[in-house]
Write a protein that binds this ligand. Structure first.
Ligand SMILES: Nc1ncnc2c1ncn2[C@@H]1O[C@H](COP(=O)(O)OP(=O)(O)OP(=O)(O)O)[C@@H](O)[C@H]1O
Ligand SMILES: O=C(O)c1ccc[n+]([C@@H]2O[C@H](COP(=O)([O-])O)[C@@H](O)[C@H]2O)c1
Length: 224
């Protein structure tokens, strides 16, 4: 996959996974802020086929992928990476990171981005401690969710906190960092609910995504 800026062996690569049903500005704006604040050459958006800890999405993988591609097109530094859609079974992030590490080599810092709500469930992810063998983890603030780890996750990251974004370049993986981003109380759940009520979703997601949803009748309701 070609990246927008030339990648040297130690240019950090951002990775942002999600169900993206549909992609919205609560994904894109925090990811863009992370790209700029952390000096990421590129952010890869990774749609999952079967999210491990939630109900099967109403839209199939191809439909969510089309929407994500339209949204990602707005940002020059973003790429959609659809590798999880080609794997059977639940889309475990540790498997994705292992493959990316093999591809990218041992030196490049990989930076797994996640919203604060994902952090809250991290201790239940498949082989979650191994994530730190393959990547740094950076938590993006999300309204209504604590950005501080607790329980087993707090214990695991106690010795992993990084001083600042520059420290991401000092090692290929293993660090933990919290990045304040513009708080946007937007969720795909709320967008689906608005569509179900026949209400407008303008300005919550890219206009091309909104149009595509209506043109394809993806969430089943007339244009508002
Ligand atoms: N408004 C937001 N602010 C910060 N992070 C977000 C926001 N919305 C989603 N994220 C993060 O984006 C990633 C993908 O999220 P996902 O695709 O599940 O979106 P969602 O809006 O949470 O969806 P749903 O409402 O269907 O659960 C997760 O790491 C999540 O924490
Ligand atoms: O690996 C896991 O066990 C795991 C458990 C829950 C979520 N994830 C990943 O976290 C990302 C966000 O998930 P979600 O359910 O909030 O869309 C997505 O890439 C999922 O594959 C991964």
């Amino acid at each position: 996959m070609t990246e927008p800026r030339a990648l040297t062996g130690r240019t950090p690569l951002g990775l942002f996974g999600g169900t993206f049903d549909p992609v919205h500005y609560g994904h894109l704006r925090p990811a863009l802020e992370a790209q700029q604040a952390l000096g990421l050459a590129s952010v890869r958006l990774l749609p999952c086929r079967l999210p491990p800890h939630r109900a099967r999405p109403g839209r199939d993988a191809g439909q969510r992928l089309d929407l994500l591609r339209l949204g990602a097109r707005e940002v020059p530094g973003f790429r959609v990476d659809d590798r999880e859609l080609h794997r059977s079974g639940p889309s475990y992030t540790v498997d994705t990171l292992r493959h990316l590490r093999q591809e990218q080599g041992s030196a490049r810092p990989l930076v797994l981005l996640m919203g604060a709500d994902s952090l809250a469930g991290l201790g239940r992810w498949h082989r979650w401690r191994e994530l730190f063998d393959y990547a740094h983890v950076v938590v993006l603030d999300r309204p209504g969710h604590a950005s501080q780890p607790d329980g087993e996750v707090a214990a695991e990251v106690a010795g992993r906190w990084l001083d600042g974004p520059g420290a991401l370049r000092d090692a290929p993986a293993g660090g933990f960092y919290r990045l304040p981003v513009t708080p946007l109380a937007i969720s795909a759940t709320r967008i689906r609910r608005l569509l179900a009520q026949g209400r407008s979703v303008r300005f919550l997601l890219p206009e091309a995504v909104r149009r595509h949803i209506h043109q394809q009748g993806l969430y089943g309701y007339p244009q508002v």
